[in-house]
Design a protein around this ligand. Sequence first.
Ligand code: HEM
Length: 425
Amino acid sequence: MSHTPPVRAAGPGQEPGPAALLRAPATRPLPACWWYDPRTLVVADADAAVRALCADDDTGARSEAFRRPPGWDGGRQTALPGRTARLSWTQPAFTAAAVRAQAPALLSAADACLDRTPPPASDWDVLPTVLETTAHLAAVLCLGGDAALVHGLDAPLRAATPAVVRGAGQPCQDGAHDRFERAAAAVDDRLRAALRRRRAAAPAAAGHDLLSVLLAEPAADDEAVLTVLFSRLFSAQTAPGLLTAWLLHLLATHPAEQRRLRAEARRVLGPSGTPPAVDPAQLTATQHALREALRLYPPSWLLGRTLRRPVRLADHDLAPGTEIRVATYLIHRDPAHHPRPDAFVPGRWATPRPGLHRGAYLPFGIGDRYCRGASWVTAIAALTTAALLRRHHLRPTPGGRVTPHFSAHLEPAGLRLDPHPAPPG
Ligand code: HEM
């Protein structure tokens, strides 16, 4: 690899926080891996990434909870039957058919959110609206017609989360767990209410939302249903909104792409309102733009593993206990895999890329740990974007500056936009 990473820290102690993990060695070309500190190896190479993330048995690595410290869910997940069983219970809710069946409800939920909190005429602080909208769409996917029960609880949960779900190596703030537990308990109460309502409504209508799917699973008792439901709802709180916000930033700075996506949104979904059938997969240009936004700004910009036994990785002999950090942000900008790596080029995804290294594009991970929510994420982000573009033309705020903020997720710091009514047609 020979490119200059787009993020460089000034030096030890000068850039605290997870972004310092992207500090690259001064030598060129860059090595596949380098030591951040005596325990932590940063991986910025597609081959080594596949090895570290995919082959749990081979590397002795295991999925490491550096973004979820022990107790983030009060230990409820670990008290449940195995992870594989849980993943298979939820699988029917993530199929393309299930997402398509819920797409009209998602679009109308996105429109309702935009009616409730329309972007102001100028200087729009994008993140709060987008995070609220995408969290609400996730609630629809989780709870169907009962989504309103958790309305308004997403913001307190998000506010309590960063202090608990910290970047690598940072301790939790005092009282952070208590604040998080209180916010989570409020969500739990409403999930229990939704569950009671469904159990009482006999015979249960077979829906495609996650709660319906879990209720059809004989092995899942009420506590298991609630825990899995909370976990998936929690996973959808922040990252889909950040992805959508990054895409809006890219579209505001690339008006021709924005016009293309607006035309597509109106063609596929109509100029306003909700058609009886909606297929997010038909928003093809939007899907390409989303893929490109995920390449440039992967919300999960750093994936972690801890070694359990000695492993040789990219010419490094690694001891048990070694922390591995796969820097997807850097890999996604490697010109060996992605020509013009720093440019926003959605068209690069318009045709299949059979030669692309399987480790060169990892926004949702790879292998056994691959993100189970990917189909939800693309539907949520595509429909939120389409709903917005049908109404608004987005421009960057004059003098505004957006910078990547590397925290538990990759955030667009300073993102404000100037929305205008979209031209008809
Ligand atoms: C933009 C949004 C999202 C991004 C970028 C993202 C990214 C990821 C990544 C990179 C992994 C693999 C982690 C690793 O290998 O260590 C993962 C796993 C996972 N994600 Fe997501 N995710 C997103 C949203 C969601 C949503 C909305 C859900 C649920 C509804 C979800 C559920 C999961 C699950 C269940 C796993 C697998 C965990 C396991 O293997 O035990 N994700 N995600």
